[in-house]
Structure formats: C-alpha cells, structure tokens
Design a protein around this ligand. Structure first.
Ligand SMILES: [Zn+2]
Length: 234
C-alpha cells in the first residue's frame, strides 16, 4: 500500500502516494496530481543529464524531484569533497603568497600540515554558515523545523545544492587572468543554489531563504575575523 506523503508533486509541492502506477505486463502510467492536475513527477521519464541541466538552471521542479522523489544519498560524501576542493584552493593561494625556495624540505611536511589546517578552517566556516541559516529559519519559522527529519532534509538540500564548489578545481587548475572573477561567480552560483534549495525544502517565498543566507554569511565572516584575530592565515 502506497503511503501518502512518500513523494511530492514537483509542480505544486503537494504530497503524493506514488509517482506512477504499474498495470502489469509492462504498462506503466505516470500519476497525475489531484491538486494541479499535472504529472506528479515528469522527471522520472527524463534522462539524468536533462535533470542536471534543469537543476543547474535552478528550476524548482528539478530540485523537488531530486530532494523528494529520489533516494540520492551522496550529500555526505559531496559535502566532504566540496570541503576538500575549498581547502585545496586556499592551500594553493597560501603557497603562492609564501614563495619559499628553501631546498631543504622540512617544508614539505609543513605544507601538508597547511592543507589539513585549511581543511579544518573551511569545515568550521561551512559549519558556521549552515548554523547561521538553521538558526535564522528556526527563529523565523519554528513550525517548519519541528522534527529531526526536517533538519536532516534541509541539511541534505544545502549540501547537495553546494555542488557548484566542485567547479573550484578546474577554475584553479586552468588558471588565467579571470580566475578571481570565476571564483566570485562560483560563490554567487552556490549561494543562488542554496537559496533555491531552502525555498523548495521548506516551501517558502524568495525573501526568507536570502535572509537566512545573509545571516549565515555574517556568522561565517565572524568566524573568519576570529581566526584572523588569533593570527591564523586564512
Ligand atoms: Zn500538483
């Protein structure tokens, strides 16, 4: 027996019991939403590449499909990989700023340590960014974040929507005059994706996700300032 609420309509966000019905002998029929009379999830017929393109274009329907109607479970690994990308970028910038030509490479180990340090700092910054978002949303809309599963779904949405950080690596490897501009674009793209993910997950208007993101950024920058006051190179 299909449970109502197992899926969501990607058009109107209403809960649905099933995405398609199996009439046996290979006959399948896409379910129609009772509320908006459109297919509950047209993307189940689409190629993953098309879905990815729609997600890159920040279409709410594609986000709903990925978050509510699939069993994608790569957010943890993706989150760690994005942090590694960020740590690598910072580590590279640190190497550029401290050109040490000492042939006696004790320094190789110091460099390795620097990478782990950058990973730790990037993790703390990311945590404070997420914490800022959670606190704002929990404060403004406590009814939306009542249970543990609400928090987990929002965390999953935020981690998955940060996939744009993977672009940091090619941007740094193929370095050119416009690299700083590319990095700024990547940052903006990730923030837009995060905002769309919050909007879709909690079914909010456009304003509140941006408010949460701004507060997250303030908290993140507060942590950066704290590190700088402690004399750490970040
Ligand atoms: Zn609908």
């Amino acid at each position: 027996m299909a449970v109502l609420g197992a899926y969501r309509c990607i058009e109107c966000n209403r809960e649905a019991a099933e995405l398609y019905r199996d009439y046996q002998r290979g006959v399948l029929r896409i379910s129609i939403c009772k509320s908006c009379q459109k297919p509950v999830d047209k993307y189940i017929e689409y190629d993953p590449v098309i879905i990815l393109i729609n997600a890159v274009l920040c279409k709410a329907q594609a986000y709903r499909h990925i978050l509510f109607n699939t069993k994608i479970n790569i957010h943890g690994k993706l989150g760690i990989f994005c942090l590694l990308c960020e740590a690598y970028l910072r580590w590279l910038q640190l190497q550029d700023s401290s050109q040490n030509t000492d042939p006696d490479d004790l320094i190789r180990y110091a460099k390795e340590w620097d990478f782990y340090r950058m990973f730790g700092i990037a993790s703390l910054e990311q945590t404070s960014f997420l914490l800022g978002i959670f606190l704002t949303l929990w404060w403004m809309r406590p009814e939306m974040l009542k249970t543990k599963s609400d928090f987990i779904l929002l965390l999953k949405a935020l981690l998955l929507s940060s996939y744009g950080k993977l672009l940091l690596i090619p941007a740094v490897i193929w370095e050119h005059d416009y690299t700083p501009l590319c990095l700024a674009f990547i940052k903006v793209f990730v923030l837009i994706s995060n905002s769309q993910a919050i909007r879709v997950t909690l079914n909010l208007n456009r304003m509140l996700p941006w408010l949460a993101i701004i507060f997250g950024l303030i908290l993140e920058n507060g942590v950066v300032c704290l590190f700088q006051k402690m004399g750490w190179d970040v």
